[in-house]
Design a binder for this molecule. Structure first.
Ligand SMILES: *Cc1c(COP(=O)(O)O)cnc(C)c1O
Length: 373
């Protein structure tokens, strides 16, 4: 069996270190907001190249809390519009509606799957206050162009970097392009905890301090509550685990890249639409961290069944776009043809830092076999 992602296998290489970290935290007697969280925040900020990192409970909270803090700081208010790609994972959009702001969905670029800069421009109205680009599948959105638009129209930029730890454009990492960035450390992400965890990176001291307070009951100082806050903290144990895995994140990315390179070479002659055509590589090849290896196929469901019948497990990211979900009934009749086309044709092949070379070859051979019949 070739699983989509074998988390047990992936974490096995860190087992001794994770157990030692666990013992250390247990014996410290300090389980919330202690030195592991503080050190992880410093190390992750340094990794991304930002001044600040604030650990929170999960990736969705990272996005929600950033928008919430901008509201508290008077930079956003309810009813403001935020431009967001229509084909993102629903979390990016939930973070906007949860705050009472209005998501303006725009179509992605059909090749990179990331938000189209041209479509951002045509979606700007007098109510637009922010852009929320999502670095989908591990590849960065066109941040140089997005930041230029943001500057011209005086908009805030919140990167959704949940799938792009370590990705970069022009040597500058995800999390360090926008005014703030949300990260998820959900176990399956490129930097994954052993439970839920998330973080925000930013270079804005005032924003960092406001998020920190809101996430901790609206309080900088115990029992002094300046905002009606929430409880969304990264805990010591997860921070200790993340510190261990952060040290080899670049190596894990390099291993993912090897798998991707192999798929790209093996599947070149098939009829599948592969990621990273010339258009994308021109932007930045090395910057892609291959959270997912997503192909497009005319008859996606048939290919998925064919692979499943040969014990290869694949997933679809994502089967239903946010505007077709029951959660957003008011949008169900809207039409986003590029987004819908993507959702109907994409298939994510197995990829992981620990995936064996022969398994990559086997998956490729099965796809070639499917493609030739
Ligand atoms: C995973 C993910 C999130 C949410 O992260 P959680 O930690 O699961 O809350 C947000 N946006 C994108 C694009 C994601 O892939």
């Amino acid at each position: 069996m070739i699983p989509f992602l074998d988390l047990k296998d992936l974490n096995a290489q860190y087992r001794d270190e994770l157990l030692a970290a666990c013992t250390k935290v247990i014996d410290s007697g300090w389980y919330i907001q202690g030195s592991e969280v503080q050190q992880f925040e410093q190390e992750f900020a340094a990794y991304c190249g930002t001044k600040y990192c604030i650990g929170v409970a999960n990736g969705l909270d990272a996005l929600i809390l950033t928008i919430r803090a901008w509201k508290e700081l008077g930079r956003l208010k309810e009813g403001d519009e935020i431009i967001v790609p229509a084909n993102t994972y629903i979390a990016s959009i939930l973070a906007i509606t949860e705050n009472g702001l209005i998501p303006v969905l725009v179509e992605p670029d059909s090749k990179s799957y990331n938000i189209s800069v041209k479509n951002i421009k045509s979606a700007i109205t007098t109510n637009t206050r922010a852009i929320l680009p999502v670095h989908l599948y591990g590849q960065m959105s066109d941040m140089p162009a997005i930041m230029e638009i943001a500057e011209r129209y005086n908009l805030l930029v919140l990167e959704d970097s949940a799938q792009a730890h370590g990705a970069s454009i022009l040597g500058k990492k995800a999390g360090n392009w926008g005014h703030a960035s949300g990260f998820s450390f959900y176990p399956g992400k490129n930097l994954g905890a052993l439970g839920d965890a998330g973080a925000i990176t930013t270079n804005d001291e005032q924003l960092a301090s406001t998020i920190r307070a809101i996430a901790n009951y609206g309080s900088h100082k115990k029992y002094e509550n300046i905002y009606p806050g929430v409880n969304s903290r990264l805990d010591e144990l997860q921070a200790a685990f993340l510190r261990i895995k952060l040290r080899s994140l670049d190596e894990a990315i390099a291993q993912r890249r090897k798998v991707a390179d192999s798929y790209l070479a093996n599947l070149r002659k098939t009829s599948l639409v592969l990621p990273l055509d010339e258009h994308i590589s021109a932007l930045d090849y090395e910057g892609h961290v291959w959270h997912l290896f997503v192909i497009q196929c005319e008859n996606r469901d048939a290919l998925q069944s064919f692979l499943a019948s040969r014990d290869v497990h694949t997933l679809i990211h994502y089967p239903v776009p946010p505007h077709k979900q029951s959660a957003y009934k008011e949008w169900n009749d809207l039409s986003y043809p590029i987004t819908e086309l993507i959702h109907n044709h994409v298939l994510s092949l197995p990829i992981s830092p620990t995936m064996k070379t022969e398994d990559v070859l086997l998956v490729s051979q099965i796809i070639e076999m499917y493609d030739s019949i």
